[in-house]
Ligand binder design. Structure first.
Ligand code: TXA
Ligand code: MG
Length: 348
């Protein structure tokens, strides 16, 4: 039997066997479960279910699609989804399970929702060290996409009550880590290993020096370098003195790395024969050779779940001069969808 939830917050559950089973069932049916890690509480969803991942953004009220970290019980499961190079392997063996996130190229048959990569060819992966996180990953058998379990713009949670307070009923179940959760208390260190030289995207508990001891020299991400230059002392500043809780935009990556090759025409009210159509709603425009509908029902959650896969698919159509996009309402998840579409349509 599932243990009685705490009175004040009906969605906080003890992380005993019954609580874990309850959480696994919810995750399998596409619901959100918050769980403790050694860094902060994560807001988890089945990472292979695009709609479940879209509901993460909806619950957090994120106005844009930041890529999400996907969590695994061990390196073997991660290796099925991303390609590890020699440096990534060394780092994983040195620091996993633990507060380190590796950004690596997605494998060709990667089953993780494209929304987790926000259209990038890479995916951020991590094997967390907390026993409750590990048990949930192991018992559910699911890779879990999980950003910090707070409303967008608010502080990352290190207690189950913080999650309940910040997200309320938007999360079906919060597994309680009691006082043993989140001993690190800061989000994981994020390192991008997709290029020649590894790049530190977000500082954290595992320091630049510790990483360099294992794989040799690395670079600071663009936003970290800008901050270093701005810092008044200008000498002894390291990434450890920078504030990891700052809203580090993942280093301009989103803007430069992914845009469709074809030009996008937004808020289209008509479509030409040589344009591909990205439709929304039950009255798609007619006249185009290729067309995909983000959601026939006009459901923004479904539209968010389909967005990146649809853009990729239309972008590959031959003999098309551009993609016409029907208007998407600018409310709820529509804000994040329109933010992404505007970036994709911006002149390059
Ligand atoms: O400690 C943590 O990492 C927590 C716990 C729950 O694991 N999670 C967390 O996730 O902090 P989130 O979504 O709040 O932060 C993810 C960071 C962001 O800075 C994001 O831009 C970056 O990782 N990121 C994720 N995927 C990326 C990718 N493919 N390329 C570059 N940066 C990526
Ligand atoms: Mg966060």
């Amino acid at each position: 039997m599932v243990s009685a939830p705490k009175n004040r917050y009906p969605n906080i559950f003890d992380a005993n066997q019954a609580g874990l089973e309850h959480a696994c069932n919810l995750l399998r049916s596409g619901k959100l479960v918050a769980f403790p890690t050694e860094t902060v509480y994560g807001l988890g969803a089945n990472a292979t279910n695009a709609k479940a991942c879209a509901s993460i953004y909806e619950a957090k009220g994120r106005p844009s699609f930041n890529p999400l970290i996907v969590h695994f019980p061990d390196i073997t499961e991660a290796e099925k989804r991303v390609s590890f190079n020699a440096k990534a392997q060394k780092l994983a063996h040195a620091f996993w399970p633990g507060p380190l996130t590796l950004v690596l190229p997605r494998t060709e048959n990667c089953d993780i929702a494209e929304l987790c990569s926000a259209g990038l060819p890479s995916l951020a992966v991590r094997v967390p060290g907390h026993p409750i996180a590990h048990a949930l990953l192991q018992q559910s058998g699911l890779p879990l996409a999980a950003p910090s379990a707070n409303a967008s713009g608010k502080i990352s949670p290190t207690k189950s009550e913080h999650v309940a307070y910040s997200l309320g009923g938007k999360v079906s179940c919060i597994l309680d880590g009691k006082d043993k959760a989140c001993t690190v208390g800061l989000e994981s260190t994020v390192i991008d290993l997709t290029g020649e030289v590894p790049v530190l995207l977000r500082p954290g508990n595992i320091t630049r020096e510790e990483i360099e001891d294992v794989i040799g020299s690395i670079q600071l991400g663009k936003s970290l370098m800008e901050r270093k230059a701005e810092s008044s002392s200008g000498d002894e500043t390291t990434e450890d003195t920078l504030q990891p809780s700052d809203p580090l935009k993942s280093p301009g990556l989103l803007k430069s790395h992914y845009a469709p090759t074809l030009p996008l025409r937004l808020n289209a009210v008509d479509v030409a024969a040589d344009e591909a159509l990205l439709a929304f709603g039950n009255k798609p425009l007619t006249g185009s050779g290729y067309y995909l509908n983000l959601s026939e029902k006009g459901d923004l959650l479904e539209a968010a779940a389909n967005l990146f896969a649809a853009l990729h698919a239309l972008d590959q159509k031959p003999n098309v001069r551009g993609i016409a996009v029907m208007p998407i309402p600018d409310t709820g998840l529509g804000l994040a969808i329109n933010d992404r579409l505007k970036r994709a349509a911006a002149p390059r």
